[in-house]
Design a protein around this ligand. Structure first.
Ligand SMILES: [Zn+2]
Length: 175
């Protein structure tokens, strides 16, 4: 191998490393909604309380199957792109408590500690909707990303919004 081709290979590798680094930074979940950029197709969710791990893992598996993206729990010791944690109060404007909320920077999901376990299982995958691009609003209809009393399924409407931001490699709405 000539010196020149070796150099070009080295540069090629460097470029590849830079490209890979650019493809997966947690910072792609940026801090304000107005300049949100598409997150990559790999996201790690980090439950901060063990009691949230199963619901978070289930939500990640369902969203992975629907989008084709690599969405999973953060490995032990790995910092997640999005944390999922219990909180004691989520005040709604009307004074009642909400079962969950996602922070404006889309990096923290809060689940109401006082809600039933079954409610938490419904709320975690719903909050993923907000992280994936529904933002502060809800979709019309009775799919997972709908408002109060939303349905359980990752429907077509949910996927359309999520895949307009995630680099989805599949489009598999749940029945
Ligand atoms: Zn919501």
């Amino acid at each position: 191998m000539s010196h020149r081709s070796l150099l070009s290979r080295v540069y090629g590798l460097l470029l590849l490393v830079v490209a890979c680094r650019d493809a997966t930074p947690p910072a792609s979940l940026v801090s304000t909604r107005s300049d949100l950029t598409p997150p990559p197709c790999r996201l790690r969710f980090e439950p901060l309380q063990p009691s949230l791990a199963a619901a978070t893992e289930s939500a990640a598996e369902r969203w992975s199957a629907a989008t084709g993206c690599d969405i999973a729990l953060a490995a032990p010791g790995e910092r997640g792109d999005v944390t999922v944690e219990l909180t004691l109060r989520i005040d709604k404007p009307d004074g009642t408590q909400a079962p969950g909320i996602t922070s404006d920077d889309l990096q923290r999901i809060y689940i109401h500690a006082g809600s039933r376990a079954s409610q938490q299982w419904e709320t975690v995958p719903h909050e993923f909707c907000h992280v994936f691009g529904v933002g502060p609003e809800h979709l019309p209809g009775d799919g997972l990303c709908g408002g109060k009393g939303h349905g359980p399924a990752i429907d077509e409407a949910a996927l359309e919004v999520a895949c307009s931001r995630l680099a989805c490699s599949a489009f598999n709405p749940e029945p």
